[in-house]
Design a protein around this ligand. Structure first.
Ligand code: PMP
Length: 285
């Protein structure tokens, strides 16, 4: 038996959950999305994700075909219909059906899709031993092209960097911006620890305003860490005591090698491990 998928205003069987070949989400990557966790049957940071979806949609002049409270209700109904206690939600709004031309204003109605499923996690071994990453040569989108704050369906920028990682037998790559500063990883935000001070690039460096990033920054501050947002150069990665990534799926994961250079001790460090454990406590309470 397949999943129940939310399509516009009701649940459909997975086999019937289909979109038109004229949907501009498919034709042009014209749309926005969110990835959200469910922990113990509760939608994690539900409001923050719904708000970011509406902000992304607003930025591309896409009208979400429902209001925020109704959308939250649809999300909960989808989670319940699939009996998801711990899992992952993909919330998508495409521009909807149009013609083969670019003009988004021809698309009369946005298409809403909600998928609630099990989550694909990194293997536990990587949380213990850390990730190896490379610096991607593909730069993060210039803020005057597709602004990186928009969580749009057009992920080709990050996919090109991900291909570079895969070509190097790695799972992640670090993306830099047009000024040479660190932006983020292809699907996660990045943090550097130096002498117990924690630094993450500001959103203006070309990172997504990550919801895990925000929660981890708050937890770190509450636990007495010095947390700051500042531009980071490649040097700061090579010189770090610890590096970790944050994201909805990855949570908090250590990086132990960048461009073949070991970071710190070559194992996920004490700050990374502490924050992962604090994050786990917080999400599983
Ligand atoms: N950056 C990018 C490019 C992402 O796609 C994501 C989400 N996977 C993140 C950062 C992390 O954001 P969040 O913590 O909201 O999942």
């Amino acid at each position: 038996m397949g999943l129940k998928i939310w399509m516009n205003d009701g649940l459909a069987d997975e086999a019937d959950a289909k979109v038109s070949v004229f949907d501009h989400g498919l034709l042009y990557g014209d749309g926005v999305f969110e990835g959200i966790r469910v922990y113990n049957g509760k939608v994690f940071e539900h409001d923050a994700h719904i708000n970011r979806l509406f902000t992304s949609a607003h930025a591309i002049r896409l009208k979400v075909p429902t209001d925020k409270e109704t959308l939250k209700n649809y999300v909960r109904q989808t989670v319940d219909a699939n009996n998801i206690k711990n899992g992952y939600i993909r919330l998508i709004v495409t521009r909807g059906v149009g013609t083969l031309g670019l003009n988004p204003l021809i698309c009369k109605q946005g298409q809403l899709i909600i998928i609630a499923d099990k989550i694909q996690l990194y293997p536990q071994e990587l949380y213990e031993n850390g990730l190896r990453v490379i610096s991607a040569s593909t730069l993060r989108n210039h803020p005057q092209s597709v602004p990186p704050q928009i969580k749009s369906l057009n992920y080709l920028n990050n996919i090109l960097a991900k291909i570079e990682a895969i070509d190097h037998n790695m799972l992640e790559a670090i993306m830099y911006n047009h000024e040479g500063f660190v932006a983020e990883a292809t699907g996660d935000n990045i943090f550097v620890v130096k002498e117990r001070k924690i630094t993450t690039p500001p959103i203006s460096a070309g990172s997504l305003d990550g919801i895990t990033r925000k929660v981890v920054m708050r937890l770190a501050k509450e636990n007495g860490y010095d947390v700051r947002e500042a531009n980071l150069a490649r040097y700061d990665l090579y010189d770090a005591d610890e590096i970790f990534l944050t994201g909805t799926a990855a949570e908090v994961i250590g990086v132990v090698e960048v461009d073949g250079r070991p970071i710190g001790s070559g194992k996920p460090g004490p700050v990374t491990r502490d924050l992962l454990s604090k994050f786990e406590q917080y999400t599983r309470q």
